[in-house]
Design a protein around this ligand. Sequence first.
Ligand code: FE
Length: 132
Amino acid sequence: MPERILKTDDEWKKLLTREQYRVLREKGTELPDSGEYYRFRKDGVFLCAACGNELFSSETKFESGSGWPSFWAVVGRDSVTTAPDHSLERERTEVLCARCGGHLGHLFADGPDPTGMRYCVNSVSLEFREEE
Ligand code: FE
């Protein structure tokens, strides 16, 4: 298990922007096609914007047409956890940062090969680290 990061709401509010707090801590969703990483094509690693945990590689990023950055795999075993999300009539699977518990997005089983999975993630929950 990765080292866990636990902070109070007040601590997170000081660290995150308003929009980051709304998405990461209050399970909000950014508007589709609005995020800085949706049409983003650089090579590197996407980290959790709240805690820096390594989440996704650009090698697994694909154009889903959804309006949100989409990946067919996580970068490591300790990247994310999932939980059932009953907030809509149609049950979804929530994706959370395994280290800080921040809300990242949702997981769907309609992704491309080789996994068939689609991690649909808010840009605002991500930070990018370029790699050559
Ligand atoms: Fe995190």
